[in-house]
Design a protein around this ligand. Structure first.
Ligand SMILES: Cc1cc2nc3c(=O)[nH]c(=O)nc-3n(C[C@H](O)[C@H](O)[C@H](O)COP(=O)(O)OP(=O)(O)OC[C@H]3O[C@@H](n4cnc5c(N)ncnc54)[C@H](O)[C@@H]3O)c2cc1C
Length: 379
């Protein structure tokens, strides 16, 4: 055996799993076809945000955010961790009602959240359009530069060995062993293999229902203080769940450098990484509605990335094919994988070791990959 566990993929999810396994005393081989944190992890926004779309995702995000808040003080400057909070912006009375409902749901679950009226919004975010009616402030949300954090996690233990430029061609498991075969024909063996290679997971476990959701982001030059919190329109929640077509929603992040990171778009049915000027234009038009001065800022770079989405929007965490499998999945985190990476690692390792989970989850099997097995198709 080359290690107790092999982790395929060195994105934020694979790195978090490796760090958790090593913290539990296991030796871990991390194999990545490219470099560390180079997939969706490099393309994302790194907003650590509690979303309450479903009870399971809410529990995972809330627990994960607590883990990030505990980790934050240990991270380096280049990991760009900052507790800037999230300010959800309400444009009209209907969105104010939605914000109140969100506040109540969060309060019931012990997540700090409070309403911000129009005057307080102007004071805390002077650059936001004065036409906005108010919002909801989530004090404890944060941001992180995920590719650097992935590297930090992988360097957190001498039990972790990292191989980059090391593509896995196939995986299999029989008896007491799990194996990977590399693209160069080399084989490595461990007690367990964790498949954390994001959108490419179906290359290793046939039939996984993962679909790419393309996203655009743009970053400006340094304009410190333009926004102080991660600011999002409340309509973002609707946009995040569009199942088809192209949608955009306003989302802006204050980078610790003073730059403003602006999102975001969602597109299905394309794997073309090119920046599309029409989508970028839609995204910036939306942003101008919320930040009217944005047109005066100098943009320095735009890029795209692909979120790995499952049909129900929840990740795949657990034994890959059947209970007791030595092949495990930690993939399909769509637009929330930076946030939920640390909780994913705890959940996966608890399942692997047959231990109780250290945080509250309504259903430990909510993310079970077998929910998409053909026999459950009509359920
Ligand atoms: C535009 C955009 C904005 C986002 N914003 C946020 C946000 O604000 N907050 C948030 O929480 N999430 C956000 N996300 C989502 C988040 O970035 C992802 O959910 C997360 O990075 C997924 O991490 P991962 O480790 O599962 O996958 P990846 O980061 O894609 O890592 C997979 C790794 O596997 C490797 N690999 C692939 N195939 C193989 C193979 N055969 N052998 C070996 N290695 C292989 C790849 O090289 C890659 O390094 C955003 C995503 C996008 C695209």
């Amino acid at each position: 055996m080359t290690a107790d566990v092999i982790v395929v993929g060195g994105g934020i999810v694979g790195a978090a799993c490796a760090a958790e396994l090593a913290a539990r005393g296991m030796t871990v081989d991390v194999l990545d076809a490219g470099g560390i944190g180079g997939g969706a992890t490099a393309a994302g926004m790194g907003h650590i945000v509690v979303m309450n779309d479903s009870p399971a995702e809410f529990a995972l995000a809330r627990a994960s955010r607590e883990l990030w808040l505990a980790l934050g003080p240990q991270l380096r400057e280049r990991d760009a961790f900052s507790r800037c909070g999230t300010l959800w912006i309400a444009e009209d009375d209907e969105e104010l009602d939605a914000a109140r409902a969100m506040r109540d749901a969060f309060a019931a679950a012990g997540v700090r959240a409070h309403m911000v009226d129009r005057a307080a919004l102007r004071e805390s975010e002077p650059s936001v359009s004065h036409a906005m009616q108010g919002g909801l402030l989530i004090d404890d949300d944060a941001i992180v530069y995920a590719p650097a954090a992935a590297q930090w996690l992988l360097a957190s233990s001498t039990r972790i060995r990292v191989s980059t430029g090391c593509a896995v061609h196939s995986v299999d498991a029989a008896g007491a062993h799990a194996r990977v075969t590399l693209a160069n024909g080399e084989r490595r063996t461990a007690a367990h293999v964790v498949i954390a290679n994001g959108l490419a997971a179906p290359d290793l476990i046939a039939g996984l229902p993962l679909e790419a959701k393309k996203g655009h982001l743009l970053i400006t030059d340094r304009y410190p203080g333009t926004v102080r919190h991660q600011v999002l329109e409340l309509g973002y929640i609707k946009s995040a769940h569009h199942a088809r077509g192209t949608s955009v929603a306003f989302n802006a992040q204050p980078r610790p450098t003073g730059q403003v990171l602006i999102g975001s778009s969602r597109q299905f049915g394309t794997l073309d990484p090119a920046v599309e000027m029409n989508v970028l234009a839609m995204m910036l038009a939306r942003a101008t509605r919320y930040l009217p001065g944005i047109g005066g800022l100098n943009a320095i770079r735009a890029w795209t990335g692909f979120r790995a989405a499952t049909p129900d929007g929840l990740p795949l965490i657990g034994p890959a094919r059947f209970p007791g499998d030595r092949l495990w999945l930690a993939a399909g985190h769509e637009g929330l994988g930076v946030t939920t990476s640390l909780g994913t690692a705890k959940l996966l390792v608890a399942q692997m070791l047959g231990e109780p989970l250290a945080f509250d989850m309504p259903d430990m099997n909510a993310f079970c990959p077998q929910r998409f097995a053909p026999e459950h198709a009509d359920g």
